[in-house]
Design a protein around this ligand. Structure first.
Ligand SMILES: [Zn+2]
Length: 83
């Protein structure tokens, strides 16, 4: 298992978030091969053999990492914040 940073592909969101990846055998019943943004729920494909668990960054890290974020990352109110 390993942890890396990923960036939301939704340009209205664009948040960085933390992704932990497991081999498929660890997470029975969890969707595999899918990385989901914990801020807006946008999904993108990852490695189909892996399970991804994404988490919001703590604010300090996010601010430190987000220097090249879009200028206006306003979320559309209709986007679900949580599943
Ligand atoms: Zn997002």
């Amino acid at each position: 298992m390993s942890v890396h940073l990923d960036k939301c592909t939704n340009d209205r969101c664009g948040h960085l978030f933390e992704v932990e990846q497991f081999s498929k055998s660890f997470g029975d019943g969890l969707a595999h091969g899918m990385i989901e943004c914990p801020y807006c729920g946008t999904r993108k494909n990852g490695d189909a053999r892996l399970i991804y668990i994404s988490r919001k960054l703590i604010k300090e890290i996010e601010e430190w990492c987000s220097i090249d974020r879009p200028a206006s990352p306003a979320l559309t109110p209709s986007l679900p914040l949580h599943k």
